[in-house]
Design a protein around this ligand. Structure first.
Ligand code: AMP
Length: 256
């Protein structure tokens, strides 16, 4: 079987460990001066692509990020984790703030037509917008088969891939004809940490860059965030000494 070329979408998001705050104007979350990193599900997608290459099933891993210049950092991290090439689809700050799955999917579709990968691997969702849409939209635009929420990926002969997906009450196994779009679930693998030498080497690698215009895509954000609000503060709890007290409280609160 010919070794595959794999395109991985890597999104820059606020680090998962940061407590996200809504900006005072309520129009967005605070992102200035806040630690960012690779979306965790994109790390899993990238790890899978790198493992495929390490066992000879893939021959090239291209990491792609769509967003502002700060995404170069994300792409450097992807190179340090094992990507062979990294490409930024550069979008200005205002357009980047309005970017959503339909636009990203159209950009990745244009790129897939130009780069002709055998496999596109994305995260199942980005932890900032929790959309879980880009992979599905991309597969629809390209008219390629899709294997979402993949928990195991096994290339097969004759241009196909076997994918296991965790579904309600069990596991589903699919055989997809290539080229195909896959999205990575949590249990697909445990991503490695980048080593210091790999980080140093990644700093010297060339980052490729393109624009939506060069890909023939005009961005047309179809949705506008009207308001963002923090969840209401939790009421402090109260310790009760006995079960009858608890029952009385529940009755008083109309919960019993
Ligand atoms: P979403 O549909 O927004 O939850 O994102 C699902 C996946 O699509 C992510 O894990 C990425 O693999 C990919 N993706 C979404 N937005 C971008 C972006 N701006 N740049 C690169 N990949 C992205």
């Amino acid at each position: 079987m010919a070794a595959l070329r794999v395109l991985v979408g890597v999104k820059r998001v606020i680090d998962y460990a940061v407590k996200v705050r809504v900006r005072a104007d309520g129009a967005a979350v605070q992102s200035d001066g806040v630690k960012h990193g690779l979306n965790p599900f994109c790390e899993i997608a990238l790890e899978e692509a790198v493992r495929l290459r390490e066992r000879g099933a893939a021959r090239e891993v291209l990491a792609v990020s769509v967003g502002p210049p700060a995404c170069q950092e994300t792409l450097r991290a992807a190179l340090a984790l094992g990507a062979d090439r990294a490409l930024l689809v550069a979008v200005g700050p205002a357009a980047a703030a309005a970017l959503g799955p339909p636009d990203v999917a159209r950009l990745l579709a244009a790129l897939a037509r130009a780069e002709r990968p055998d496999l596109v691997l994305l995260g199942k969702q980005a932890i900032d917008d929790d959309c879980n849409q880009t992979g599905q939209m991309l597969a629809a635009l390209l008219d390629w088969p899709q294997g979402t929420f993949a928990s195991r990926v096994e290339p097969e002969g004759a241009g196909a891939v076997r994918v296991e997906r965790e579904v309600d009450g069990g596991r589903e196994t699919l055989r997809l004809r290539l080229p195909a779009v896959l999205t990575a679930d949590l249990r697909l693998n445990e991503p490695r940490y980048a080593t210091l030498p790999a980080i140093m080497k990644a700093k010297k690698k060339r980052l490729e860059e393109t624009t939506p215009a060069a890909l023939g895509v005009s961005l047309r954000p179809g949705l506008r965030v009207l308001a963002l609000a923090e969840p209401p503060a939790r009421q402090p709890g109260r310790r009760l000494e006995t079960v009858p007290e608890l029952l009385a409280e529940l009755r008083r609160a109309g919960r019993l």
